[in-house]
Design a protein around this ligand. Structure first.
Ligand SMILES: Cc1ncc(COP(=O)(O)O)c(C=O)c1O
Length: 462
């Protein structure tokens, strides 16, 4: 990998990074006087930085991605073999890894039968938005074009995806956004009182708020509803009982396509192949990315039903009638080759089972931590996708200041433990610590992570 002036000189690499790399989500002023962190190596649950310091990674590469852990040679071998044989061809043609992976993937998703390849979660969501818009034009004279999205959900970084963004701080300063996207209320029961919800049947109530928006906008104007199965960066929101079945009924009642964004939950994060599979719903479209190949190659896709697919071939004589979309890197074979091997590992090592067992254990341990630290207002999650919402006061549930939440993250980092926290997403509500270790995590790994959190909470909050 290294060559020339960088040979065996990690400081030269750090200097090049500092001089030239624009890091994501980062204020760069501090790097004028200190070095950025470079992650040099990873194995299993652990990564090492440029100073050789070892860290246990409690967030799978920072953003819920490296589901099967670092250093998997079999994935590297699969990618190498695919690249040497046939690296790329534009997606108007097929590739061998693309066809085989589509077959394997859809076997995990009863009711869905088509895969559209692209290269990021944002882009996969854009595909769904474009399909909904095109269907509106083809079938409904353009009228049924509105797309509903939920407060606190995130669907990506492009202007189109931000138009469906339920995190106002993430959207701030990037408008104006695309028209025709309409927000529905969130379903975080812990904050139900602030929404004016009644004391019982919160799940049904929260779903009914979606119906209220549909009725306000006019059902004949609404073409799609886009939701995360369990909200990630918006605060690890596990949907309340009764929510999803009611959402499905509402979509069917008003002929609205249900698009589930599985970019985070997909490929095992919550203990099932997909998050929606906990709730007995049947989506029309499912987008996925991140854990699809555990970050070993860039791959994303949108899976759809045959009914959606059929709407794009009903009039072969019309040159505008098919889905006129291309994603150049959707034709890379590295992605599906890596994804195939990633899926084999999840199956052969029973990582879904491990995720359920270790997720339950980690949630129990978080509850035990909450018994010792009043600053934890609520611990929640599903599988190895967990959060701890920090509050100033349990009674009032006033959110903890973001700076102090970040101090906990920094303290853990200093101990060699990488955890996450909601950040710059929701004005005044960036107060949830996030945990998403790789699906290979053991009890010892989880204990190590939470022991660090215990110490950090004591130091930051006393
Ligand atoms: C739920 C969800 N959807 C979509 C995205 C966007 O994915 P990408 O960064 O690959 O574009 C993210 C990224 O964090 C996400 O959390």
């Amino acid at each position: 990998m290294m060559d020339g002036k960088f040979d065996n000189d990690i400081q030269a690499v750090v200097d090049a990074d500092r001089a030239h790399v624009w890091h994501h989500l980062s204020q760069h002023k501090p790097y004028e006087t200190s070095d950025p962190r470079i992650i040099v190596e990873g194995r299993g649950m652990r990564v090492w930085d440029q100073k050789g310091k070892e860290h246990i990674d409690g967030v799978s590469g920072g953003v819920w991605t490296v589901n099967v852990g670092y250093g998997r040679e079999s994935i590297a071998d699969a990618v190498r073999d695919a690249l040497v044989k046939m690296c790329y061809f534009a997606g108007a043609s097929g590739t061998v890894p693309g066809a085989i992976f589509a077959d394997r993937l859809l076997a995990k998703m009863p009711g869905l039968s088509r895969v559209y390849y692209c290269n990021s979660g944002s882009e996969a969501n854009e595909k769904a938005f474009k399909m909904i818009r095109q269907i509106a034009h083809k079938r409904y004279g353009g009228k049924k074009h509105k797309i509903l999205y939920r407060d606190r959900d995130y669907h990506g970084t492009t202007i189109g995806a931000l138009s469906a963004g339920g995190q106002d701080e993430r959207n701030a300063q990037y408008g104006p956004f695309a028209p025709g996207f309409v927000r529905v209320p969130h379903c975080l029961e812990y904050r139900a009182a602030e929404q004016g919800a009644p004391g019982t049947h919160y799940g049904e109530w929260a779903a009914d708020q979606i119906e209220q928006v549909i009725l306000r906008e006019g059902p004949d104007t609404v073409g799609g509803l886009c939701l995360e199965p369990v909200t990630a960066g918006g605060g690890v929101i596990v949907p309340p009982d009764g929510y999803w079945p009611r959402v499905q009924d509402i979509c069917r009642k008003y002929d609205i396509l249900l698009h589930i964004d599985e970019v985070v939950c997909g490929l095992g994060r919550t203990g099932t192949w997909f998050g929606y599979q906990h709730y007995g719903v049947q989506p029309d479209m499912v987008s996925m990315a991140k854990g699809l190949a555990s970050g070993y190659a860039a791959i994303a896709c949108l899976a759809t039903t045959e009914a959606v697919f059929d709407m794009f071939k009903d009039d072969a004589s019309d040159p505008l009638n098919h889905f006129r979309d291309i994603s150049t890197f959707g034709g890379c074979t590295a992605g599906p080759a890596a994804a195939l091997e990633n899926m084999r590992i999840i199956e052969d090592e029973d990582l879904l089972g491990n995720t359920t067992r270790m997720g339950d254990y980690m949630l129990d341990q978080l509850h035990a931590l909450a018994d010792r630290h009043a600053v934890i207002g609520q611990a929640r999650g599903k599988g190895l996708f967990l959060g701890a919402e920090l509050v100033k006061d349990r009674e009032s549930r006033e959110p903890m200041d973001e700076a102090r939440v970040q101090a906990v993250v920094r303290d853990c980092m200093a101990q060699g433990v990488i955890i996450g926290a909601t950040n710059r997403s929701l004005p005044g509500k960036n107060n949830t610590l996030c945990f998403s270790p790789a699906l290979i995590a053991t009890k010892d790994d989880i204990d190590e992570i939470l022991t660090a959190v215990d110490g950090a909470l004591t130091r930051v909050f006393g």
